[in-house]
Design a protein around this ligand. Structure first.
Ligand SMILES: [Zn+2]
Length: 527
């Protein structure tokens, strides 16, 4: 038995021999570490593979999707024949093949439904997701559980990585010395001691004296200020700048509108782009036939394509009418009219192809393996450094600034300075607020706002909520009052509400006591 164990240990050491040559490496930390990967798509497969190969102790996979044929061009843990099976389950099998010493837990489940104990046991959480709302929810959970999160995403040839280090995660992030100097620098800009200012002037006039003056006249003051800053730094700044980053929500304060809402409003609204036309066609299809089109049935696809094509032609017609008034039309030659129509056709694209409709309806995002590999590798590398840091070892600091953007067209990386928002709904001081982007048709009335909230799974009783405009303090709906303040049929346009206006929904009476949300900020967009 012992002999066998020893043999296994030797085999393991052999496997990891090359990485053990890295300065500061400790295979023990890796083999006792636990990484959670939420989203087992292109990024998730790559990251899971990276950690399996590096010999991580445990990987927790979370994904509620099943494998589709279109995944096979990128998601390297899956192969032809896997279609229809849960991604998390298949990935777990393949990872075990790759590294038999690896422990893998998988959840074919929504990330919001997982027990907190699952999050608790993980060192680092990796967001490899494909939509904003799931990222925002995971961000919230990581902040609450004080777990570092490594976020990544790609669109076509572009991608980004962001690391989020919450308060009290136990991680050392920034360098204290460096941050103190930063504060001193800022303070010196406003330092108005006359002698200091005179000295600065002299420096400009007497260039040859610059070095000497700096030493003799500036440095003493700087030392003085530095002493002051040092005394108050830990109390006043350390907590906010040293071991904490902005969170994901700091960057995405307002999530984009919910697809279900866009679809619901498309039936009444007028499509304004190519995607809207297909979404509207799907809504009409469902209304006409009583079921949603099945994209695997040729018959449904043909019918859907015809409906979408009709919408697209109507859109082209509308754009022509908007741009060419009747008077103008009379002055145009037939050639010029054809040119106009051709231009519009160019702008809104040719007739639909099957894959395009499928991509639009599934809300699919452009993706390619080369870019996924780059972004996922950065995520793996950052997660690895965090893992070591959590266990008191240093193989390099987490990237600072904590956000990097990659443009694969130009082969360019940009590190972006991002700032923590004081009014962030996730990590700031605001509690019980939520920002929501609402897409509404042009003829929407006050009643539609409640309908829209219901569609995005926030059912609110109209008799328990008030709608106001926080900017001009106007009241649009108050169930306690009568007349126009309690008329659900008043059109938003009549109330002079424009696109991008913000309305506030506030709970009253029973809702005020029971609702966790003390205020919804609704950003209205007309379709
Ligand atoms: Zn935040």
């Amino acid at each position: 038995m012992t002999v066998n164990n020893n043999k296994e240990d030797i085999k393991k050491s052999r496997m990891y021999a090359r990485q053990q040559l890295i300065d500061g490496w400790d295979q023990e930390i890796v083999s006792k570490g636990c990484i959670m990967i939420v989203g087992v798509g292109a990024l998730g497969c790559e990251i899971a593979k990276d950690f399996a190969l590096m010999g991580i102790g445990k990987i927790v996979l979370v994904d509620l999707d099943t494998i589709e044929t279109s995944n096979l061009s990128r998601q390297m843990l899956f192969k032809p024949g896997d279609e229809g099976r849960p991604k998390a389950e298949v990935a777990a099998e393949r990872l075990k093949d790759m590294n038999p010493f690896l422990e893998v837990d998988f959840y074919f489940e929504k990330l919001q439904k997982l027990a907190m104990s699952v999050y608790e046991e993980c060192d680092v959480i990796i967001a490899a997701l494909d939509n904003f709302n799931a990222r925002l929810d995971l961000n919230k959970i990581c902040l609450r559980m004080k777990k570092p999160m490594v976020e990544g995403g790609t669109v076509g040839f572009e991608g980004h990585v962001q690391i989020v280090i919450p308060k009290d995660s136990g991680l050392e992030y920034k360098n204290r010395e460096f941050e103190i100097e930063n504060v001193v620098d800022t303070r010196m800009w406003e330092y108005d001691n006359p002698e200091y200012l005179d000295a600065q002037k002299e420096i400009e006039q007497l260039e040859y004296l610059i070095e000497r003056l700096k030493q003799e006249k500036l440095e003493p003051f700087r030392r003085l200020v530095r002493k002051q800053v040092e005394e108050e730094f830990d109390k006043k700044y350390a907590e906010d700048v040293l071991n904490i980053t902005p969170c994901y929500r700091c960057l995405v304060p307002i999530p984009p509108a919910d697809d279900k809402l866009v679809a619901a409003c498309t039936l009444k609204g007028l499509p304004r782009n190519r995607n809207h036309c297909v979404i509207k066609a799907e809504v009409i299809f469902e209304k006409d036939y009583g079921f949603k089109p099945d994209m695997s049935l040729d018959d449904d696809v043909v019918k859907l394509k015809a409906l979408a094509q009709k919408e697209l032609e109507a859109l082209r017609g509308r754009v022509f009418d908007e741009n060419v008034s009747e008077e103008k039309l009379e002055t145009l030659t037939p050639e010029e009219i054809t040119e106009w129509k051709e231009n519009i056709k160019d702008t809104f694209g040719e007739d639909y192809k099957f894959e395009e409709m499928e991509n639009i309806l599934g809300n699919k995002i452009a993706a390619i393996q080369s870019v996924s590999s780059i972004i996922s590798s950065i995520q793996s590398q950052e997660a690895l450094k965090l893992l070591f840091r959590l266990h008191g070892r240093n193989i390099g600091p987490p990237m600072d600034p904590p956000y990097v953007n990659y443009n694969g067209v130009y082969g360019q990386f940009d590190q972006l300075h991002i700032t923590k928002r004081e009014d962030c709904l996730a990590c700031g001081n605001i509690e019980g607020e939520e920002n929501v982007q609402l897409v509404v048709p042009f003829d929407a009335d006050i009643g539609y706002i409640f309908k829209a909230m219901r569609i995005i799974d926030r059912p609110l009783e109209p008799i328990l909520w008030m709608i106001t405009n926080p900017v001009n303090k106007e009241m649009y709906w108050n169930p306690y009052m009568s007349g126009e303040f309690k008329d659900p049929t008043i059109k938003l346009t009549k109330l002079k509400i424009k696109s991008n206006d913000i309305l506030t929904l506030t709970p009253l009476g029973k809702a005020k006591v029971e609702s966790e949300i003390k205020r919804y900020n609704l950003i209205i967009t007309y379709m």
